[in-house]
Design a protein around this ligand. Sequence first.
Ligand code: FAD
Length: 444
Amino acid sequence: MMDWDALTAELQGIEVISDPNQVAKLSQDYHTFSPILQVQLDGKKGDLVVRPTTEAEVMQVAATCVKYRVSVTIRGAGTGNYGQCVPLHGGVVLDMSRMQAIRWIKSGVARVEAGIKLAALDKKARETGWEIRMAPSTYRTATIGGFIAGGSGGIGSIMYGQLRDRGNINAIRVVTMEDEPRAIELRGDEIHKVNHAWGINGIITELEIPLGAAYPWVEVIVTFESFMAAAHFGQALGDADGTIKKLISIFAWSIPTYFGAIRQYIPDGTHAALLMVAESSMETLPGLVQEYGGCITYERSPQDAGKGCNLAEFTWNHTTLHARSADPNITYLQSLFPADKNLQMVDHMYRYFDDEVMMHLEFIRAGGRTVPAALQLVRYTTEERLNEIIRYHEEHGVFIANPHTYIIEDGGRKVIDPEQMKFKQMVDPYGLLNPGKIKALMRS
Ligand code: FAD
């Protein structure tokens, strides 16, 4: 029987939460977007939540948990979608959200503690003429540590690609779960041992990330009579190298019916593009819109940023959030379509599934090209049908990062790199970090 009082006594001076309701709440994330994960993760929770404020405290927690052989599930803001920070085997939930220091921002690079919220970092960076390169649509709440350990890309990925692309993370510092925990700094390509590792390969305490030049962004809605005209416009805008943009999101009708605050700008039956374009590039946008038969229905200037609604919060997985609040039977897919300027497979899937799989494209930069990623909305009926839809996409060359699994390899990863496994064995020799999330080390 685990002696939680003894463990807590060894964490003196560090905030520990033991109230069962609070612990249950802090054991949750947004896996509820998936009807499959909802069932699989129901009732899973930790025993205690610990909230360190310094790296020294993180080391104390790590040493204590190793001593008692207690599992540790790391948590940022708990906005992940795959149950990444839901503990499968109880133990300590290590809440990193109190570690929010900005160490420095200079020459387009920031060094920060892992628990800082992306919006807070962005605000500080913008004061110096820089901004974060990419952010999930949850940037107001999500932490940088959680984004790097659990996310992939988002607003800004049309310019800079994804977190996994070389050059988007400079350094990651992690605390190990050895008998005598150490802090190790990984730099350059080494960072991939921890990037998108769901908190299984060390506790991230600090990070160094390159920034991008801060532009004044104009938010724009363009509507189209045909979905494929909207999609081709998205591709063309992505390919327009001289036009600086941060967001190209394309929505097939009837997704805009879920967009409460901006619904008035999207006429019934039309398909919408939600954009963020640099003010200096706005001169040429109307010409491109006209070429594809679109109509600009909304523009918010950078001076009005912060007033009214924020377009980014209707894009990426916020689209799913809005749709689910109107219809909880809706779930989603995460896809990457093959690079093809003619968008033939997008057209095929749009027609083939019709309203059962509603098309939501997010154009990103991948391998130097503009490619449509997608977070399609699915009208869920059964697990069998959902798997059939996934299989059909895969058989047609559409990559699916399955968001309906809490196993890292079965989601976007498919295979865990041997280097990552070697690192895992070194930093977490007792397998205490987020156990049950990798196939290779499954507990019986
Ligand atoms: P958490 O959910 O708390 O954690 C995520 C993972 O990281 C967990 O495995 C956790 O154990 C690990 N972790 C957290 N902190 C640390 C640390 N310090 N050290 C080691 N491991 C750690 N994701 C995208 O990539 N792009 C999007 O556009 C996007 N949009 C979203 C929209 C909505 C509405 C929602 C609900 C989710 C969205 N997500 C998106 C998923 C999620 O918001 C992001 O991945 C987010 O960045 C996670 O940050 P977090 O602080 O909430 O992390």
